[in-house]
Design a protein around this ligand. Structure first.
Ligand code: SAM
Length: 342
């Protein structure tokens, strides 16, 4: 069961899981690197002649492969971790009181319905499976095709975080932190700050806390809502939302941004790394986005891609300081709360 770690990545319960996941990783790699360039060509050609490539045989095969890859990966991981569920539950329970960081959750917390979907087809999503953190960690290893085994991509995201101009960073908040890979990287970037990760999923923050304890990194985790964090006003110097927005309903975009404005001190910064706005997307990526929304349980994402993030930030009193692509497909927007606190 406890088969140790490879660097930051814990090993799976059984050796056979690793070979299964390695196969899944190359299967996904083939679908994305091998097949997708052709899909993009088909989508572009179809659009240019006023049609759609959606129903073409090659595209349908690709969609089936992408969906099956997700389903098979989650299924394998869930079966494997749940075969020893008592062991993993005990591990999470023991970590709850372990230090350096603290874990905060309220047993009376009510998860909103919108956050209870099987996002990315993970059964139970972020909230419904007590072992979802373990499953997510290994499932996203496959998702990132082995390029994030040592949190490299999370570190890259954290490098994009805008620091306040006066250089003062006492409190940092990672909104929608999942299993805390940016949260721990934020602590490494701002070692003197108090760093907190917040997520609606209790299984996520329980695993995030256990993981940070194992790594000996002093960060805190809370179950909570980005739109109503229950955290104090004007206390945060730096806030990050990495791929949170495209997973919340459109009606919450402005509420979350308003909450960020409330939490930031004057001069504090907000960094959003997420899907690019649709004007930056080619025909192939638009096809992928539609596939994700419909077949990969990402129902909120198209509304975010179509939204005016910069306009919403400015309307809330957050001055947009920079916008641009990241080395991955995502886009990074940074904003600053007016130094007069407006
Ligand atoms: C794609 S994951 C984010 C990944 C994460 N930031 C990372 O570093 O890998 C989206 C996360 O947002 C969380 N989430 C969704 N809606 C939320 C909300 N309203 N408030 C807080 N967290 C939310 C989900 O539980 C999930 O863990």
């Amino acid at each position: 069961m406890d088969r140790g770690h490879t660097g930051l990545l814990p090993r799976t319960p059984r050796l056979e899981d690793e070979s299964y996941l390695a196969f899944m990783e190359s299967y996904r790699n083939h679908a994305i690197r091998g097949m997708f360039p052709h899909i993009a060509q088909l989508a572009g050609a179809a659009e240019a002649s006023g049609g759609s490539a959606d129903e073409q045989a090659y595209v349908r095969t690709w969609k089936r492969m992408m969906r099956s890859q997700q389903q098979l990966t989650w299924q394998k991981l869930q079966d494997s971790f749940h075969a020893d569920a008592a062991h993993y539950e005990a591990e999470l329970k023991a970590a709850e009181v372990a230090r350096p960081g603290r874990l905060h959750y309220d047993p009376a917390f009510v998860t909103p319905k919108y956050a209870s979907l099987d996002i990315h087809l993970q059964p139970g999503g972020y909230v419904g499976d007590p072992l979802a953190g373990y499953v997510f960690h290994h499932g996203t290893k496959v998702f990132y095709q082995g390029e994030n085994d040592q949190d490299q991509l999370h570190q890259q995201v954290v490098d994009f975080v805008r620091a306040p101009e006066d250089g003062k960073v006492q409190r940092v908040l990672d909104l929608g932190c999942s299993i805390g890979q940016c949260t721990t990287a934020l602590k490494q970037r701002f070692p003197d700050a108090e760093v907190t990760g917040l997520d609606v999923g209790l299984p996520m923050v329980r695993y995030a806390h256990k993981r940070a304890v194992d790594l000996g990194i002093d960060v805190h985790f809370r179950q909570g809502l980005a739109e109503d964090t229950q955290l104090p006003s004007g206390q945060y110097d730096v806030i990050l939302a990495y791929i949170l927005f495209h997973e919340v309903p459109e009606r919450l975009f402005r509420t979350i941004i308003g909450e960020v404005h409330r939490l930031l001190r004057p001069g504090g910064t907000f960094t959003v790394v997420d899907a690019p706005n649709d004007t930056a997307l080619g025909a192939g990526n638009r096809l992928w986005l539609k596939f994700d929304a419909r077949y990969n349980c990402e129902p909120y994402s198209p509304a975010f891609v179509a939204s005016d993030l910069a306009g919403m930030l400015e309307a809330a009193g957050l001055r947009v300081a920079s916008r641009g692509p990241t080395p991955t497909f995502l886009s990074c927007t940074t904003a600053v709360k007016d130094a007069r606190g407006g």
